[in-house]
Design a protein. Structure first.
Length: 186
């Protein structure tokens, strides 16, 4: 499809005047992106998916295309009023991946985060931080099951040291303030 100016509704392609690098190809309604379309920016960002009144809204994929032609996924999932909202999967530059609920561009609700350093968090999120009930698995085999607040172990929890020690306690900002570590019977 060639890019040209057209009417206010239908299917068309538009190149943006700022350097001529950005373009949108897809459906329009009253001179706004509306329905399925693909928008690319001069910086290599490409959004492909649903639009509503000029905003990303519905299911869509955001990816980055580097100058050498490689494509990197950034986000696949639901959008609402131009923000990640609903269920989606985010790919981070360091290799970490999050899959779960989003609200207003932030991890919010239930989700799983796979960290590049080998940790895995499964649980509740609030405003982009681990918050509520969850399980944090460490790469060394340790795990914490309990409460989180603002991204830290906070509240009642149980820390499993490898395969053989269990520590029940109260945590505040990742520090165990009081605990019970049962004596192992040989």
């Amino acid at each position: 499809m060639s890019c040209h100016a057209g009417g206010g509704s239908g299917v068309r392609c538009l190149r943006y005047p700022a350097g001529g690098h950005g373009r949108y190809q897809g459906k329009w309604l009253r001179n706004q992106h509306h329905g399925y379309g693909v928008k690319s920016s001069g910086r290599g960002l490409v959004y492909e998916g649903e639009w509503q009144r000029g905003q990303r809204h519905g299911y869509g994929t955001m990816r980055r295309q580097s100058p050498d032609g490689q494509v990197h996924r950034l986000y696949v999932g639901q959008w609402r009023q131009d923000r990640r909202s609903g269920e989606g999967k985010q790919y981070y530059d360091d290799g970490s991946v999050y899959f779960g609920q989003w609200q207003m561009n932030k991890r919010h609700g239930r989700g799983i985060q796979w960290y590049a350093d080998g940790r895995i968090y499964v649980g509740e999120w609030l405003q982009d931080a681990m918050h509520g009930r969850g399980v944090l698995f460490s790469a060394n085999g340790n795990r914490y099951v309990g409460e989180f607040q603002e991204g830290c172990k906070s509240g009642a929890g149980c820390f499993y040291h490898g395969q053989d020690r269990i520590q029940f306690g109260q945590w505040v900002k990742d520090i165990c303030k009081s605990s019970l570590l049962p004596v192992l019977q040989e």
